[in-house]
Design a protein around this ligand. Structure first.
Ligand SMILES: [Zn+2]
Length: 179
């Protein structure tokens, strides 16, 4: 990334945005278009709430297969803001608005829960935690890359042959990095 390029500046805006904003600040200056899009696409947002943090995963509406993850603390502090181009450039994105709607509901819950949109709760309590750890964390790609790369660094070489096809591809990618 070249200093002075538009990419460089959007990255800087993104870093500042993550550290200082609360989720309710993302619904200020909300346009009717973004609000409608967030409400229409709300059922496609998968989420898990562990009573301290809300994790939301939503598909990109323009790029097939691409997902965005947003993490918000119970008190509204944004731990991980949306990585889409609009949000990185400081423009409203429907992902943050949809996350706000779900956060408003989830943050009042006293037990762990996972679901999709506002009307569907899949599991509660220990079942929700287990589902998040065993299934959602991996299908969302949360921290997977970081953990595997660290393991490769520590052990030099790990056998990933028993893992999923996604991870095998990742192994080739990491092999290229460390090899
Ligand atoms: Zn976004």
């Amino acid at each position: 990334m070249v200093e002075g390029s538009s990419d460089f500046y959007s990255q800087q805006i993104w870093v500042i945005g993550v550290s200082s904003k609360k989720i309710n600040e993302y619904i200020r200056n909300l346009t009717p278009y973004i609000e409608k899009k967030a409400k229409d696409l709300l059922p496609s947002v998968e989420w898990f709430y562990d009573t301290l943090k809300l994790y939301c995963c939503m598909p990109s509406s323009s790029q097939v297969g691409k997902k965005y993850i947003v993490i918000v603390l119970k008190g509204g502090e944004v731990e991980r803001a949306c990585q889409c181009v609009a949000n990185r450039q400081g423009r409203p994105c429907w992902h943050m608005v949809a996350t706000y709607f779900i956060w408003r509901k989830a943050s009042s819950m006293s037990e762990e829960m996972c679901g999709a949109g506002l009307d569907y709760i899949k599991y509660t309590g220990r079942e929700a935690v287990k589902y998040f750890e065993d299934v959602l964390r991996h299908s969302w790609g949360l921290e997977e890359t970081k953990e595997v790369i660290e393991e490769v660094r520590v052990k030099g070489k790990v056998d990933l042959s028993g893992l999923s096809p996604t991870l095998s591809t990742l192994e080739e990618f990491i092999g290229g990095l460390v090899g």
